[in-house]
Design a protein around this ligand. Sequence first.
Ligand code: AMP
Length: 411
Amino acid sequence: MSARFQAPRGTFDILPGEQAERRRVHLACVDLFTRAGYGRIETPIFEDTELFSRGVGESTDVVQKEMFTFTDQGDRSLTLRPEGTAAIVRAYVEHGMHKLPQPVKLWHWGPYFRHERPQAGRFREFNQIGAEVIGTDSPLADVELILLLGDLLGELGVPGLRLRLSSLGSPDSRAAHREELIAYLRANEGELAPDVRERIDENPLRAFDSKDEGTRAVMADAPQLVDRIDDADAEHFAEVRHLLDQAGVAYELDGTLVRGLDYYTRTVFEFESEGLDAQAATLGGGGRYDGLAEALGGPAAAGCGWAAGIERILLALNAPPPEPAADVFVAAPDGQSERAFVLVRELRGAGLHAELDLAGRSLKGQMKQADRIGARRTVILDEDGGAEVRDMSSGEQEALDLSRAVEALKP
Ligand code: AMP
């Protein structure tokens, strides 16, 4: 016997029974973004590797450890996209969208790839929804984006939502803070956990995430970036907070919020659900990336955006709605299946969900099948060109005028 195949580690199949909950999330996005005037953008699944190393940042975990990179037959290095923003800003520059009235408001939905250790809510291929506003540095854009993600998660019914907010300032203030933090960690080295101590130079911000008690005590007094940002950045952040307060949105200021990608400037935020495990509690997050378009060789264009994980949202919701039941099942005795086809096509053409037997069942078997798929009504064709209709919940059965079938069978 030859070996059986399985879906690759960290990936999953999405079976028909799991589609309804995804469709609901997708429809909620289409509806929300249409009402807010965002246009959908789709970019390729793979891009030049350099787009991500330059855009996301050479020193980030995503670029160093998590990318699926391959060389094509033309000896080009390509990478399955690990995130959406770099490619969307690439498309903004490539299509000269900076010449359109600004800002350009975009949303996207699709698969992303990261070579991470699989666990609940963490996959190697996963799906994200996201939104980007490119071409303005106004705090209004930051706030609109935060509200959109909050409204989406709220409308979907995600329980226990928490919003964390901070500002990373500019790359300069970030670099100065990094030096200050490294010096502070060195001065308190004795009290730090070994894994934190080993990574002081490599990634000092990690120390803020440590669960070790000694480290946490040291970090309680550590210098926070949000207190070190310059005046213009502080003013921008104050305006974001003011607008959120005005909109009645609750948030926690969290100076330890560090996002994994290098392009962020100023505002950063994350939405969490209290119902999820700590390692995968973040439903979505994002922030400002005012230098990204230029870093990718384009014109100066400030931008802001977020991405949220579809699988995380579904985990947080934890209640798949039932698949919709069929309106009508058309059953036909032996030799009459052509008539069943004609009627099913007519009903489908009129917008009804109509099905028929495709497996050569007896009439009795077809009635069972109608029941199994949850059909509301079953049309039973007879041998003489006539038909009856059965209400599957009450069991009542009556004659059906086939020339008026659509009207009679509409839900
Ligand atoms: P990020 O681009 O890292 O900010 O990710 C945005 C959102 O995508 C996260 O908050 C998660 O909901 C989701 N996400 C990121 N990585 C994964 C993954 N490996 N598996 C499933 N969802 C993920």
